[in-house]
Design a protein around this ligand. Structure first.
Ligand SMILES: Cc1cc2nc3c(=O)[nH]c(=O)nc-3n(C[C@H](O)[C@H](O)[C@H](O)COP(=O)(O)OP(=O)(O)OC[C@H]3O[C@@H](n4cnc5c(N)ncnc54)[C@H](O)[C@@H]3O)c2cc1C
Ligand code: FES
Length: 264
């Protein structure tokens, strides 16, 4: 992936509405950042009305136009609860696009297989949109309300296979179960791209290794600075005979699954 310079931009909110029972869809006007975004990158938002606005919050970039980008977010704490109350016309400070994203499939015989949990769907959308050929996306969640943007992927011509732990939508169980069945049936030519909670990523990484299928994983680490300075986000990555710490915000969040050391 070509790395372009990150930018700090004061962005205006164009829309900030509920997307599902749990998630909001925020669209901001960002003519400098939007054209630079690569699949799997994120924006680090400073929520200006928040009293301790110094700390930014990271969000995967979901969709882009020439002069805007959107995110899908869940209100889980102080920052996102304040963000959910902000209205069109108000401003945020955005740093982006940040991080090393996914490798866009090059066409030919490679069959992209996406695996998402929760807001992982948001991180994978641009990859699906920019992939020269459609593939299949396996999406999982605890309940129906955890399944995001299924229609957006179907509109791109992708096959969407849904799993919920309570069986309220799609197949009952974990997302890795139908994935495993599909890969065992026909692993040839497939490449996995995954984003979601750490236990899901670990399972996808192990499956990929066992079946010899290449995989890129977007790791979900807590972040403070987002630009490689504070070292909050370090993860263990294989290097030579051993391993070294790398920063999820700069060398990641996307890493080759074979490089990740899973002893955390
Ligand atoms: C690269 C990256 C991309 C992300 N993309 C999205 C996205 O597209 N949509 C989305 O809803 N969220 C996303 N997140 C998580 C998001 O950054 C946090 O939910 C947000 O920072 C919480 O801020 P807060 O002030 O509301 O919560 P806080 O009050 O700071 O924390 C509330 C709760 O959220 C937990 N939390 C905070 N950060 C994370 C994290 N990184 N992972 C898991 N739990 C966390 C805290 O441990 C705590 O339990 C992403 C995180 C990273 C690192
Ligand atoms: S968040 Fe500060 S180095 Fe990654």
């Amino acid at each position: 992936m070509l790395t372009l310079p990150m930018l700090e931009e004061t962005v205006q909110i164009l829309a900030n509405d509920r997307d599902t029972d749990l998630y909001y869809r925020l669209v901001v006007r960002a003519p400098q950042i939007a054209p630079q975004v690569q699949p799997g990158q994120f924006a680090h938002l400073r929520i200006l009305p928040l009293q301790d606005a110094l700390l930014r919050r990271p969000f995967s970039i979901f969709q882009v136009t020439q002069d805007s980008f959107s995110i899908l977010y869940k209100a889980v704490g102080r920052g996102t609860e304040v963000l959910a109350r902000m209205r069109p016309g108000e401003h945020l400070s955005a740093l982006g696009p940040l991080g090393h994203g996914f490798t866009v499939p090059s066409g030919g015989r490679e069959q992209p297989v996406l695996v998402a949990g929760g807001y992982g769907m948001a991180a994978l959308y641009l990859l699906a949109e920019r992939s020269p050929q459609p593939g299949v996306v396996f999406v999982g969640g605890k309940r129906r309300v955890d399944i995001l943007c299924e229609p957006d992927f179907r509109a791109l011509g992708w096959e969407v296979r849904v799993t919920t732990e309570d069986g309220s939508h799609g197949q009952a169980g974990l997302v890795t179960e139908p994935l495993q069945a599909e890969l065992r049936r026909d692993p040839v030519g497939k490449k996995l791209f995954a984003c979601g909670p750490t236990p899901m990523l670990r399972a996808v990484g192990k499956l990929a290794e066992e079946l010899g299928v290449p995989a890129e994983l977007s790791l979900d680490e807590h972040m403070c600075c987002g630009v490689g300075v504070c070292l909050t986000c370090v993860v263990k990555i294989r290097s030579g005979e051993g391993w070294e710490y790398q920063r999820a915000c700069t060398e990641g969040p996307v890493f080759d699954a074979r490089q990740v050391v899973w002893d955390r």
